[in-house]
Design a protein around this ligand. Structure first.
Ligand code: ADP
Ligand code: TRP
Length: 321
């Protein structure tokens, strides 16, 4: 299994990103023969338009992933733009991409439906993503539900290139991440930075505790028994608590007669303990920025070696080399 996935550095990572994606990338590094993970800063350029924000968010994302357990000995971690071969491959793919295929892609379609104008970068976004995937001969792409359509586009483009020019690209498959789109935010809606309802992984614990204490709950009286599964506070608690604690909390909900304040406090405690080790590792990495730079440079050179090989194969296939 050759695993590859990218994550856009468009904001600080939140619990939804962790449980919906990052944790599973980290687990996969032990199962895959090779794993490539990168910060998709070229994709993020479509939304982050400040130089300082983009470069800082890209670096922070790398530090976060390493602190959370991504092991550069097991997985190749790099910045998308450090591999220029991918942009070149993107052009080769663009020349054979039907406009209609991209018009159906949801990022562009949704923006258009809201009456907004879109840039060509957003329109061509799935083609750059296809180049990301094909450049490393990846066969397994772990993604959330929202990205499955883009993997289909990638398979379409790889298939027609192979058909036109002969076998060139490995056909990738999406590996749907579990629980994606499920972590609720402080308002009970899906946690997302676009909804401004996130709890960030590396937020200052005190600030986070205050945010948790302000989570909106329903206003039914304390005495009333409640179904735990319906409550977003319980859903969040379940992400962190072990089976015994989760069962105990579920029983309290069903019995009634407890206060939400108690659950919020338990949630803040569990979350703090859960991420304590990662927080300590992050502090250590912050103190050694050179180490992070070396990891990324090494990742980029490994990634480039592979991408150059695939790009040459594609260039020779279509007659530009
Ligand atoms: P956001 O919605 O905050 O902009 P992204 O779209 O950048 O987050 O998501 C990056 C990854 O994290 C994706 O793989 C996505 O499926 C996952 N993810 C984001 N929010 C959640 C959530 N609330 N629950 C589960 N997974 C999520
Ligand atoms: N578009 C993906 C997202 O927004 C990020 C991404 C870019 C990606 N290139 C990729 C994911 C290649 C998987 C494979 O989440």
């Amino acid at each position: 299994m050759r695993v590859l996935s990218g994550i856009q550095p468009t904001g600080r990572f939140h619990w939804g990103n962790y449980f919906g994606a990052i944790r599973q990338y980290i687990d996969l590094q032990d199962q895959a023969e090779e794993a490539f993970y990168f910060m998709a800063n070229l994709h993020a350029l479509n939304t982050v338009r400040s130089r300082d924000d983009l470069s800082q968010l890209t670096l922070e994302a790398a530090v976060d992933l390493l602190a959370l357990g991504l092991d550069p000995e097991k997985a190749t971690l790099f910045v998308q733009s450090d591999v220029p071969e991918v942009s070149e491959l993107c052009w080769l793919l663009l020349t054979g991409t039907p406009m209609g295929l991209l018009e159906r892609c949801h990022a562009y379609k949704d923006k258009k439906a809201r009456g907004l104008t879109a840039d060509a970068g957003l329109f061509a976004y799935p083609v750059l993503m296809a180049a990301d995937i094909l450049a490393y001969d990846s066969d397994t792409v772990p993604v959330g539900e929202d990205q499955v359509q883009h993997i289909e586009v990638c398979r379409d483009l790889a298939g027609s290139f192979n058909h036109q020019y002969g076998e060139t690209f490995v056909m990738p498959k999406a590996k749907l991440l579990e629980a994606s789109a499920k972590v609720p935010g402080v308002d009970g809606e899906k946690m997302s930075k676009s909804y401004n309802n996130t709890l960030e992984i590396f937020e200052d614990p005190k600030t986070q505790r205050k945010k948790i204490m302000r989570i909106v709950t329903d206003s039914r009286p304390m005495e009333e028994p409640k179904e735990p599964g319906d409550d977003h506070l319980y859903q969040l608690y379940s992400l962190f608590a072990d089976d015994a604690k989760r069962e105990e909390m579920a029983a309290k909900y069903r019995r009634g007669g407890f206060g939400y304040g108690e659950v919020k406090k338990a949630l803040a405690d569990e979350a703090e303990t859960y991420f304590a080790e990662a927080r300590a590792r992050r502090k250590d990495l912050e103190a050694h920025p050179q180490r992070v730079r070396e990891i990324l440079a090494d990742g980029a050179s490994r990634a480039r070696r592979k991408a150059a090989e695939v790009l040459l194969r594609a260039q020779q296939a279509c007659g530009v080399k």
